[in-house]
Write a protein that binds this ligand. Structure first.
Ligand code: NDP
Ligand code: PYC
Length: 343
């Protein structure tokens, strides 16, 4: 993550201009207008907030998946009610975010009616951060959890073969008088995107993050990418979280396990086709009448105890800064994006 959070220099680009540029890239590579608009906003938001491992660095990967025919950029998702508080969504081999948004209004009605609802998305490609999916729920007064599995690049603790994906989970809660508290983190020692950024920029990765193809600990990101693997964060505890996410995001939704993702017939493909699960709760059903105040109080306790940074704060600060000053993009990266857009 440290590598992904340092890019502060470069040509400043206004958020709206970056969205428009990315939209042209998606359209040029075969997505529908709706999908292009959704993915461009999502990816530009990651770059804006400094979630650089899932910002514009990912655009060649999106393009590779589209060009190889691995993902359908025009897919029409289907939404099915599996119960009063359970939506099943088939993304039809399209991107997850358009499928999620196709179901979101009905999902919100279910949460309001029942106090809680589950959305299970399958057959879906998620190539981004999760906070853009969950933060808006907290801004609407709801508590949101989401889980995504990816592609096998993480060994179980003590294991020799990659079974798990980097498997992120995100949590968002309203906080009285402030922005939502959102954490969004991989179940691995680091995101695969950060390993790739380290390899590109020639940095070592922290000791204890990964192993090479012989299972030996390494700090060389190329060795991790070339037949090696990452480790779960926190040993067996992260391993159990990665396991849980395979169960929730794949077994429960009908999506593929990370280990079942096989894109070998689609050279250039980079977007894992798996599943995503949402659990969203109306905290007012807890009956305390003071949920967001209680959360604010807890954050106060945490700060008094000495934690000086809460998850999400760095992103919000960077959002404020980049919306004012522009999003800094390295000139080579901007040129690459413009070429992909055919500008
Ligand atoms: P990080 O380790 O960078 O950050 C994890 C969380 O911890 C964030 O909410 C972050 O807040 C917070 N945080 C980081 N440092 C501190 C600190 N010192 N004190 C307090 N809070 C802190 O995330 P990862 O590298 O694990 O994941 C990066 C992204 O990659 C995530 O958005 C994830 O969704 C995405 N990802 C996506 C995958 C996919 O399949 N689609 C697979 C794996 C990862 P803040 O954001 O404010 O820095
Ligand atoms: O950064 O680990 C990652 C990742 C996997 C799929 C999308 N992002």
């Amino acid at each position: 993550a440290a590598f992904a959070q340092t890019a502060e220099t470069g040509t400043p680009v206004a958020f709206a201009d970056l969205v428009a540029l990315l939209e042209r890239i998606f359209l040029r590579h075969g997505t529908s207008e709706r999908v292009a608009a959704i993915l461009a906003e999502n990816c530009a938001s990651c770059e804006r907030d400094g979630s650089t491992s899932h910002g514009v660095f990912r655009i060649p990967g999106y393009v590779g998946s589209l060009k190889s025919g691995w993902v359908d950029g025009r897919a029409e998702p289907t939404v099915e009610e599996a119960g009063p508080a359970f939506l099943r969504v088939d993304a039809a081999n399209g991107f997850t975010q358009p499928a999620f948004l196709a179901a979101r209004d009905r999902f919100l009605e279910m949460v309001r009616d029942n106090g809680v609802a589950v959305m299970a998305i399958r057959n879906s490609h998620h190539f981004s951060a999760l906070w853009p999916d969950v933060e808006p729920f907290a801004r609407e007064g709801l508590v949101a959890l989401s889980f995504v599995n990816s592609f096998a690049c993480v060994v179980p603790p003590g294991g020799k073969a990659a079974v798990y994906g980097t498997n992120p989970m995100a949590f968002a809660t309203p906080v009285a008088g402030g922005d939502p508290m959102v954490f969004d983190q991989a179940a691995s020692s680091m995101a695969n995107g950060d390993v790739r950024i380290a390899a590109r920029e020639g940095h070592a990765i922290p000791a204890g993050s990964g192993v090479d193809r012989d299972g030996k600990p390494t700090t060389d990101p190329r060795a991790v990418l070339d037949g090696g693997a990452l480790l779960p964060f926190g040993g067996h505890k992260g391993g159990s979280i990665a396991f849980m996410i395979e169960v929730l995001a794949a077994a429960l939704t009908g999506g593929k396990y990370s280990r079942e993702v096989d894109w070998s017939a689609h050279p250039g493909a980079e977007t894992p086709c798996t599943g995503q699960l949402f659990i969203v709760i109306d905290p007012e059903r807890g009956g305390t009448g003071a949920f967001a105040d209680r959360v604010a109080g807890l954050i106060g306790n945490v700060r008094e105890a000495g934690q000086d940074r809460m998850p999400g704060e760095r992103r919000y600060a960077r959002r404020t800064r980049t919306l004012r000053d522009g999003i800094p993009l390295a000139p080579a990266r901007l040129a690459e994006l413009r070429a992909l857009a055919g500008d």
